[in-house]
Design a binder for this molecule. Structure first.
Ligand code: ADP
Ligand code: ZN
Ligand code: ZN
Length: 756
């Protein structure tokens, strides 16, 4: 063999051919990495996908170095890469970039890292030490703040100036700085005062504690056992089975039994969850049963850790079960037998930006098929696509319609906000019925979840004199007020702005926030219930590494009793003592201008309701809306998925949407609006020659400028019978022809296949 074809970790399509010297050729195998020259003076770590003797027509460069002794990629992973690149019309180089942890793509390779930790100094031997320390810091506010944060983070409880030790958490210096806002000089000062000490520790090592399982799988109830048997039976005929089980029906226990069965058959299992937040609860549940057979993999792990997990999966003792979020589909498996996709309806399985814009559910089903493995999709609210596939016989379908222990589904009461507003009876975002229910719950030591699907303080700010609304400089959107940080922020590009003291348009000081974000809900709630221990869970409060874990754990342990949050609180969390759930504003979800708005609204409402009354007493849900008459509200109240689905399907058929038609969105982005506009029209007319009225647009999307780029959008609605390959060829051809025009040199065109 004298040549290799490789994939480069660059946004480039196709394979690149390099020559190999004779002394290297014995070391070159499929799936190993090689160092190759690329561009003027650069090198990059490329992945070998083919070896051959076909001399290319062009001059080839030489492979510089063979990086691996053993393959880093198995044939099934490569098949998945190719499928993703094809189906989602993404450059295969982008798939490579997304799939491998950065440490496996860097030229330098990966090195173990050490991290600096902070701990209480040894001076804290006696009980008086805390009082002395606090006294010492009395005039050093910043140090005091950092020190207090430290105590809190590491779970030291301070009672009457004494320390009581809970299991103390280890805190890195960086984490303390992030959370407390302290500079390294402040931390240094605390060390110099003899309050804290620093120590170094190697991190990125996997948690290889030889944790033996501490629990056997729980015996299944009769309904669960029937579902389990039915799943096993259906797998005889179908590769994919959908488990439609109401919230708290005990789906997870059924999964655990299926995992157990797979492990007994010496198969590996991939368990995918849509959000990293959910892996927290699930990890401890699965760890108890599977001990150190369980590995966790997601993007919040440090790169070094991900590299190590990757390597472990290729070793002779891989994890038997991998629990992970989206990116875990890319991990190598040696004998995958079962894939579980929990909360399969979740949109966060779909990668939005950057390419490849793949859906992890579809990718995982493909991956399973390469191994001859089976896939179980589980949810209380199936996605239309999956339910359709089950109804039409492509997937098996198993229903689990009762909650574990025969606990009733929560009672859902609809609150007509319009009427209450007219009678001036709303207290901000809270109805009297909600406040009464919350009060009773808190008095009984029960917990409450409040769901508001907007973060920040006020979703919009407006001058009440002239109507001026602050907008982002880079995007065509209005800014959200974040009061805690006293900032206006753009939720599209992340830019923040100072809150102006007066209106730049009319100079009056009459700027006011409009609407309720989670921050404001928290504020108002605190005023009404000053004794409640409130936690907020949204993007803003969960930016630091362990923030999710803390919020969820504190709520589980009853350290907090009210959880206020965005869609993050609707997800499959399992809490024992939640008796009341408030859906503050159903309308915001229903009015969203997208064909999936109703599906998403139904799902979120049914899911968040499902958090109520999971143990013991029946839960209560207050659903606040200005449109109580909408059929979808009634369907949520009756938990009537079937009726909801039937209505939805009719609408989808009528308006040519999935699952009857496949959608491809084509986005064009350019810094000049005129170029984006012309390009949209031109690409549109070229594509119309192939697709005629299957092509819609170009349109200006609702947010027509993001990060200083103007956007135009074309939509393709395709009958499923059309060949994907031909569609791709037409798209690529039209695109390439158009790009010959120099004025489009910096135009960015990309595809979103099966968009959400
Ligand atoms: P789902 O995943 O369907 O929402 P879970 O699996 O979380 O439901 O189950 C809901 C609750 O019931 C959990 O706290 C779980 O521990 C408990 N549970 C479910 N099945 C069993 C069982 N067979 N034995 C004991 N407890 C169970
Ligand atoms: Zn004004
Ligand atoms: Zn912006």
């Amino acid at each position: 063999m004298r040549y290799v074809d490789v994939i480069l970790p660059r946004p480039l399509d196709g394979f690149f051919t390099y020559a190999i010297s004779s002394d290297m050729s014995s070391g070159v195998k499929l799936g190993i990495r090689v160092l190759v020259p690329f561009g003027a003076s650069k090198t990059c770590t490329a992945m070998v996908v083919r070896m051959h003797d076909d001399k290319p027509a062009f001059e080839t460069k030489q492979v510089l170095q063979v990086v691996d002794a053993m393959p880093m990629l198995l044939p099934q992973q490569l098949d998945l890469w190719k499928w993703i690149a094809q189906y989602y019309m993404a450059p295969i180089g982008d798939v490579y970039t997304a799939a491998l942890p950065a440490g496996l793509k860097d030229d330098e390779g990966w090195q173990p890292k050490t991290e600096v930790y902070v701990a209480l100094s040894d001076n804290f031997q006696n009980d008086k030490a805390l009082a002395i320390a606090l006294d010492m810091l009395k005039n050093a506010t910043q140090q005091l703040k950092a020190f207090t944060h430290f105590l809190h983070l590491s779970h030291w409880d301070t009672i009457e100036n004494n320390l009581t030790q809970l299991p103390v958490a280890e805190i890195t210096r960086v984490e303390l700085m992030n959370v407390s806002g302290a500079s390294s000089a402040i931390i240094k000062a605390l060390i110099n005062r003899g309050l804290l000490r620093e120590y170094h520790k190697e991190v990125g090592r996997l948690n290889n504690s030889d944790a033996e399982p501490s629990e056997k799988p729980k015996p299944l109830s009769q309904a669960q056992q029937e579902a389990y048997n039915n799943i096993v039976f259906q797998f005889l005929k179908k590769r994919v089975v959908l488990l439609h089980g109401v919230t708290s029906s005990g789906k997870t226990e059924v999964y655990i039994h299926l995992i157990n069965k797979a492990l007994k058959e010496k198969k590996q299992v991939l368990y995918l969850l849509p959000e990293i937040a959910l892996t927290v609860q699930m990890t401890s549940r699965l760890k108890r049963v599977f001990g150190n057979k369980l590995g966790i993999y997601h993007s919040r792990y440090s790169d070094a850790e991900r590299v190590e997990i990757w390597k472990k999966q290729l070793s002779t003792s891989p994890y038997e079960v991998i629990l992970g979020a989206r990116s875990a589909v890319f991990l190598p498996f040696q004998r995958l037998g079962l894939v579980i996709i929990d909360e399969e309806h979740e949109g966060s399985f779909k990668q939005q930006d950057p390419a490849p814009r793949y859906h992890a559910r579809s990718a995982a089903i493909m991956l399973a098929s390469y191994y001859g493995a089976q896939t179980l999709l589980g949810t209380a609210t199936p996605s239309t696509e999956s339910f359709f596939n089950a109804q039409t016989g492509k997937y098996g379908l198993v229903q689990l319609q009762t909650r574990y222990n025969d606990i009733a589904l929560p009672e859902i009461k609809v609150v007509d906000v319009k009427d209450l507003r007219r009678r001036k009876m709303m207290n901000g975002p809270f109805s009297p019925a909600l406040l009464a229910a919350v009060r009773t719950a808190l008095e009984h030591g029960e917990q409450v979840i409040l769901f508001q699907n907007r973060r920040g303080f006020a979703p919009m700010v407006e001058c009440h004199t002239c109507g001026w609304v602050p907008k982002c400089d880079n995007c065509d959107v209005s800014l959200t007020l974040h009061k805690n940080m006293n900032q206006l922020s753009c939720h599209y590009c992340g830019f923040t702005y100072a809150v102006p003291s007066q209106c730049p348009n009319c100079n009056e000081t009459n700027l006011r926030g409009r609407g309720y974000g989670t921050e404001k809900v928290e504020d108002l709630f605190e005023q009404l219930f000053p004794d409640a221990k409130i936690a907020r869970m949204d993007l803003d409060t969960t930016r630091t590494k362990n923030a999710y874990e803390r919020i969820i754990q504190d709520f589980s342990l009853g350290k907090t009793n009210v959880l206020i949050g965005t869609q993050m609180v609707t997800k499959g969390l399992d809490f024992d003592k939640v008796s009341v759930v408030g859906i503050l504003n159903a309308d915001a979800m229903l009015n969203y201008p997208d064909f999936r708005a109703y599906e998403q609204a139904f799902t979120m409402m049914a899911q968040v309701s499902g958090r109520a009354g999971r143990k013991g007493k029946r839960g209560l849900v207050l659903l606040q809306t200005t449109s109580p008459e909408l059929p979808v509200i009634g369907q949520v109240v009756r938990n009537d998925y079937q009726a909801f689905y039937t209505d939805l399907l009719e609408e989808r058929r009528l308006f040519k949407y999935p699952p009857f038609y496949r959608l491809v969105y084509i986005y064009l982005k350019h810094s000049k609006e005129q170029v984006a506009e012309t390009a949209g029209i031109e690409l549109g007319s070229r594509l119309r020659q192939f697709f005629s009225d299957r092509l819609l647009g170009p349109d200006k999307p609702a947010v027509a400028r993001i990060k200083s780029l103007h956007i135009r959008k074309l939509v393709l609605k395709l009958e499923p019978s059309l060949s994907g390959e031909q569609v791709r060829q037409c798209l690529h051809y039209a695109h390439k022809e158009m790009m010959k025009d120099k004025k489009y040199a910096t135009l960015h065109v990309f595809y979103d296949v099966d968009p959400l």
